[in-house]
Write a protein that binds this ligand. Structure first.
Ligand code: ADP
Ligand code: MG
Length: 697
């Protein structure tokens, strides 16, 4: 049945070998299914004209005939906008352009009659339309048109006269040919439960709707289907892996008890205890663990990982902890060494700058099993690093590492793969976590150690610098330490370095009596480390730095974080940076410095930071502003290869889809029941994609 959908489009009416070739090379469309899943990215409703007075909120689009009353340019040359007053016999509205102003201006004549099309948005008592389509009114366009799907196409296709209309026509032909034979791929129970329309109808209405009502029904159905199978594959993957891979058994608790009773410097939080229990359950299951540990900055993930390591070591296994930067690895090493020393166990540090001789000793210690814990950077991944019996890999700050690296660690013990614990402080919105890490088990530390005061965050314009410096002075007078962070990006590296150095000098001038540290990416690792250590030991009171300090660094006495040009940082980055303070018992502060001119997005980012300390909330706003592709970097964006669903906005459908998939696999893990046969068939017919999914872990 599904072979119908897998037919080559070459033989479809209206296509033929030449067009088929173009559609393949330009859009990657090979089969009928590819074509049907090449969804319009928007629609144009030309089926009726609107008068200005009939415009109302929530309208997707309006088509209006009217006259240009006036045009004017507003704002400075760099941030100009063109505002056009447009009216018909019922009222007037504003048309606004931010881009291509000169070109638009040439096209427009005050007093002329035009046809305008776009999404009206209310501003006070008036509506405006930004970047509308606008054409001189002609006898042809003054008649109503239809409801038109618009497809994303390439220049080359257009040159060969393949436009949205043509795509619409051939999808129509495809549906005519095989339409009613398109197999349904969702069980009736789900269709009824979520009131979904049938698959064939959805394909038809997404490509040939009469109105927005049609497109809504169609897209809801297709999004559900897409997310349902996405989740089904992920959850299935997880089940398969669980059953396939034998894991180390860690059951002895002697070391752990000793540490707990004699050395643990504080009471664990309830959330820490909870995740430790979850991890221990994995250790005792006999299956290999793949677990993601999410916890906001400062929630105490490190000690959790150390306690887990003790279980492994008690069972004669070795542990590694991999961090993304040398500074962070060193800090982890120093922290854990204190504990390891108390217990009399060997721990080593391996990074890019470990000297050859020492490196060889470390390699030996790992091979003969005397080294119990190795902390390090990417250097750990090298093939020369061999273990006697690696049992647990902890990966800190996962977003910097790729999946390939996870796999490399996993293969460092071929006899029994080590358990993997991935720790991240980047709060990933639930929706994204479900999709990106749907194949991992997730534990969350959702509680900060007692006594922490929430960081107070404020926004200050550069013009208030003197006051900010006074505040800084007061904090230092109380014995606190301060971070001042400057942006640094590749594209403007030279200027950014200049800003950083200028800033450093002006701070040195303003605080002649204070010892300063500076850390940036151009310094040698040893120098960076040296400066960091001076700050850690409180020999310096101000740390001027670029974002190299973003992850992990722990100086509890630092209570003030000043972020320069805060508008240039992403939300996730701001949150990470802010997490460097608020680690001690004192009240901590974060000051976001910006110029007065801010884009809407920057303003929203700053505002979000001021309003909340909640990493999950922040990540949601981040997802809204940036879209999912960006959020975890290009590496992972391929995984979220969705054709119609949008992870930022379709959170509800995703939750339903995931719950449904989970429920079905709980009841019928092998999909053996008759009612699930269509699911199984569909999964088999899209196997190639399932393989892609399995690659991610
Ligand atoms: P993160 O989760 O950001 O990696 P860390 O593991 O660096 O956080 O912990 C932050 C700080 O909190 C460290 O100084 C650590 O010793 C301390 N800490 C961790 N757990 C607790 C706890 N239960 N009570 C008090 N302090 C804690
Ligand atoms: Mg950490």
């Amino acid at each position: 049945m599904s072979s119908l959908l897998n037919k080559n489009i070459e033989y479809l009416r209206g296509v033929g070998p030449q067009r088929a070739d173009l559609l393949k090379t330009e859009l990657g469309l090979f089969t009928y299914l590819d074509l049907l899943q090449y969804y319009p990215f928007r629609y144009e409703d030309r089926s009726q004209f609107h008068t200005i007075s009939s415009i109302h909120e929530g309208m997707e689009a309006a088509q209006i005939k009217g006259r240009i009353v006036s045009t004017q340019k507003i704002g400075s040359a760099r941030k100009q906008r063109l505002v056009v007053e447009f009216s018909d016999h019922t009222g007037s509205l504003e048309l606004v352009w931010f881009q291509g102003i000169r070109w638009v201006e040439k096209k427009l004549r005050v007093g002329g009659e035009y046809l305008v099309y776009g999404k009206p948005v209310r501003f006070g008592s008036k509506y405006n339309i930004t970047h509308p389509e606008i054409d001189i009114l002609t006898p042809t366009n003054s008649k109503t048109g239809g409801f038109k799907p618009i497809y994303s196409l390439t220049e080359k296709l257009r040159k060969k006269f393949i436009d949205s209309k043509v795509i619409g026509q051939i999808t129509f032909n495809a549906l005519q040919e095989i339409g009613s034979q398109i197999p349904e791929n969702l069980p009736e129970s789900l269709i009824n439960k979520f009131k979904l329309i049938p698959r064939f109808q959805a394909f038809h209405l997404i490509h040939h709707p009469k109105d927005f009502n049609h497109t809504r029904h169609a897209s809801r159905r297709l999004k559900f289907e897409e997310l349902f199978y996405n989740q089904l594959n992920l959850i299935n993957q997880k089940l398969v892996k669980k059953n396939e891979n034998q894991g180390h058994l860690f059951q002895k608790t002697e070391l752990l008890t000793q540490f707990y009773e004699e050395h643990l410097p504080f009471e664990l939080t309830g959330a820490q205890k909870k995740v430790i229990r979850e991890i221990f359950a994995d250790f005792k299951s006999g299956k290999q663990m793949n677990r993601l540990l999410q916890g906001d900055v400062g929630s105490g993930k490190t000690i959790v990982s150390f306690i887990c390591m003790l279980m492994a070591i008690d069972a004669d296994a070795q542990c590694c902890l991999m961090a993304p930067t040398e500074i962070l690895a060193t800090q982890h090493f120093n922290g854990l060494r204190e504990f390891a020393d108390l217990l009399g166990m060997r721990i080593d540090l391996l990074t890019g700058s470990t000297k050859k001789k020492e490196r060889e000793l470390i390699h030996m210690g790992l091979r003969d099993g005397t080294t119990k814990i190795i902390v390090g950077t990417h250097a750990l991944l090298e093939d020369v690093v061999q273990f006697q019996n690696l049992g647990l890999c902890v990966i800190d700050e996962q977003h910097r590492f790729g999946v390939a690296q996870r796999a490399k660690l996993w293969n460092k013990n071929k006899r029994i793969h080590p358990h993997i614990l991935v720790m991240t402080a980047t709060p990933i919105p639930r929706t994204l976590a479900m999709t990106l890490y749907g194949d991992l088990d997730v534990s969350v530390i959702d509680e900060l150690p007692a006594g922490r005061k929430p960081i107070k965050t404020v926004h200050r314009y550069d013009s208030k610098r003197l006051e900010v410096f006074q505040f800084l002075r007061d904090e230092i007078a109380k014995g606190r330490q301060v971070y001042i962070v400057y942006p640094l990006i590749e594209e403007s590296e030279q200027m950014d370095y200049k800003n950083l150095m200028d800033g450093y000098e002006s701070i040195a001038r303003a605080f002649p009596e204070e010892a300063l540290s500076i850390v940036h990416g151009k310094m040698k690792p040893q120098d960076k480390e040296f400066e960091m250590q001076r700050f850690v030991k409180a020999e310096t009171s101000i740390m001027v730095a670029t974002t190299v300090i973003e992850v992990g660094v722990n100086v509890p006495n630092a209570s003030l974080m000043i972020i320069e040009n805060a508008e240039r940082f992403g939300l996730a980055q701001l949150h990470q940076l802010r997490g460097r303070v608020g680690r001690g018992v004192e009240q901590s502060y974060c000051i976001l410095m910006t110029g007065v001119k801010l884009s809407n997005d920057s303003r929203k980012r700053i505002q979000t930071m001021v309003e909340t300390n909640d990493g999950f909330r922040i990540s949601e706003v981040d997802l809204e502003l940036r879209g999912p592709g960006d959020i975890t970097g290009t590496q992972q964006s391929g995984i979220v290869d969705l054709k119609i669903a949008n992870l930022a906005t379709d959170t509800k459908i995703l939750s339903f889809a995931r719950e449904s998939a989970q429920e079905i696999l709980d009841k019928d893990p092998k999909l053996k029941k008759a009612e699930h046969e269509m699911i199984k068939n569909h999964m088999n017919s899209t196997k190639s994609e399932a393989v892609k999914w399995s690659k991610i872990s």
